[in-house]
Design a protein around this ligand. Structure first.
Ligand SMILES: Cc1cc2nc3c(=O)[nH]c(=O)nc-3n(C[C@H](O)[C@H](O)[C@H](O)COP(=O)(O)OP(=O)(O)OC[C@H]3O[C@@H](n4cnc5c(N)ncnc54)[C@H](O)[C@@H]3O)c2cc1C
Length: 466
């Protein structure tokens, strides 16, 4: 008998740790509601987790087994469970944040101290930290070099789900509700975190949008991206299954343009692994700048501006649409994540950690590595970050990537009937004209041109050049 400890791998198919446990089986699948992890959770992520656990439990029950759930400290609970069952050991899949690494090391020590086996597996990524390295150092800080190596390495195939005969005949207790765990309902619509939903989403994507991904991915008004992030976050789909679908799409591609589009999508999967490597070797970058400026950046306090940004009431239409998409759906389109993050850190000169904390609370797909990586990129403090002098203009970004303002109109109803050119030039209109067109929609809270200059000065001072 072997215990498989599920964490962010809420599926049976293409699960390497679970498959390894099945070889030693029968497997007892377990999930631990760990107080130390719940402390960092948010209502939207708890909703995602409970949705994923309910689906996982159904799959086990269909196979005559069940998901055992425990609540408390895994260092005490897991050795106790394995001992009670007479299991040989406990296995799990690796996770890459500092907190996860510390927890896993202490669980391993507790298991081994009790004379039990502890086995961890690489599952969430193809190539684990330390496996793609520059000549000197443990990780790449320039993505393009990482990508070339990542792309050329052989990729593992998906693994089979365990058969019913590989699973132990156990029964679990009812899952707790969000309220039982001390969380309110989320503000956004809760995500459907189920393997069937992930597979449907993948099939929809590789059937069509992937063939135009390199062009469409930047336009928030088009359904041009995979929307797999919440599933990759919770592991309701395996990365090998996603990649295998891209290889099949490549084989069926009609021309070079389609092949390039598909490869561009694979390159995003590599960004995810790039950031996992960076975080693994630099766990402190959850709070600290990866690249510290000599003199330090003088961030502003700006509580009112921060609050307007969170509410989506900055008077910059594409920024407000993004911030309202976040509250409505727990998701923001990637191009818009970059625009709103640039607006916070450059136009408002507010510390990226404020933005990261808000995303961490509100995003259904929050992944520490990607979220920290994205924020530090936008703030020009990260690995391979946006240079400090390249500051997004929120109006021209909106005009370029949401040309017919369909995305803005979807999330900012006050602008629904405003002509497109007025939406894209909102900052230039007279106050009277703005009142006529959309009396409920705010004036811009800052002047981008002035703020851009101030940001440049601030970053130059931070570099010791001011
Ligand atoms: C400030 C900021 C914060 C972000 N926070 C998160 C986060 O918490 N969780 C998260 O998964 N992504 C985050 N991203 C990256 C990216 O915005 C999302 O992964 C993407 O929008 C998810 O939509 P999708 O699944 O349709 O992406 P697709 O374009 O279909 O990409 C497929 C997958 O590749 C990965 N990916 C894509 N872009 C990136 C990227 N730039 N960095 C790392 N991985 C990427 C994701 O797993 C994504 O699901 C952030 C980006 C920025 C700029």
């Amino acid at each position: 008998m072997y215990v498989h400890w599920h964490r962010r791998d809420l599926r049976l198919a293409d699960n390497r740790g679970l498959a390894a446990a099945a070889d030693r089986g029968p497997v007892v699948p377990v999930f631990v509601f760990d107080d130390a992890v719940l402390e960092h959770a948010s209502p939207i992520r708890i909703a995602g987790l409970l949705s994923g656990l309910a689906a996982l439990r159904e799959r086990y029950r269909e196979r005559g087994s069940d998901l055992v759930t425990l609540a408390g400290d895994p260092r005490e609970l897991l050795p106790g469970l394995a001992d009670d069952l007479g299991a040989e050991g406990v296995g799990w899949n690796d996770d890459y944040s500092g907190l996860a690494a510390e927890r896993d090391a202490s669980v391993r020590a507790a298991l081994e101290g009790a004379g039990l086996e502890a086995e961890s597996h690489r599952d969430a990524v193809f190539h684990g930290p330390g496996s793609i390295t520059p000549n000197q150092g443990q990780f790449y800080s320039v993505y393009s070099y990482f990508w070339k190596k990542w792309r050329d390495r052989e990729k593992a195939d998906p693994v089979e789900a365990p058969a019913a005969s590989d699973l132990a005949d156990v029964s679990g207790e009812a899952l707790p509700s969000a309220a039982d765990l001390g969380f309110p309902e989320p503000e956004a619509e809760p995500p459907t975190v189920r393997p069937e939903a992930a597979r449907e989403q993948l099939a929809r994507f590789v059937d069509g949008p992937i063939h135009r991904y390199d062009e469409d991915r930047d336009y928030p008004g088009r359904a041009g991206t995979s929307r797999l992030s919440v599933h990759l976050k919770w592991g309701t789909i395996g990365i090998r299954e996603v990649y295998a679908a891209t290889v099949e799409a490549l084989e069926g591609a009609d021309d070079e343009a389609e092949r390039e589009a598909i490869e561009e999508f694979q390159a995003q999967l590599a960004w995810r692994e790039f950031y996992a490597h960076v975080l693994h070797f630099n766990p402190e970058t959850v709070r600290e700048d990866f690249n510290e400026y000599e003199e330090g950046i003088e961030w502003r306090e700006g509580p009112e501006e921060l609050s307007a940004w969170k509410r989506g009431e900055t008077g910059y239409p594409v920024v407000d649409a993004g911030m309202r998409q976040l509250r409505r759906e727990g998701y923001v389109h990637n191009r818009v994540r970059m625009i709103v993050a640039s607006f916070l850190t450059k136009d408002l000169l507010i510390d990226w950690r404020e933005g990261y904390d808000w995303y961490r609370r509100k995003l259904a797909d929050h992944e520490t590595a990607n979220d920290v990586g994205g924020w530090q990129w936008a703030a020009s403090t990260g690995t391979d970050a946006q240079p400090y002098f390249r500051i997004f203009n929120p109006m021209t970004q909106g005009e370029r990537y949401d040309p017919d303002a369909a995305y803005v109109r979807e999330y900012v109803p006050e602008l629904a009937d405003v002509p497109t050119d007025a939406i894209h030039s909102w900052h230039e209109l007279s106050v009277r004209r703005r009142r006529e067109l959309a009396p409920e929609y705010p004036d811009p809270i800052v002047d981008h041109v002035d703020r851009r200059e101030e940001a440049l000065e601030t970053f130059k001072r931070a570099r010791g050049e001011g």
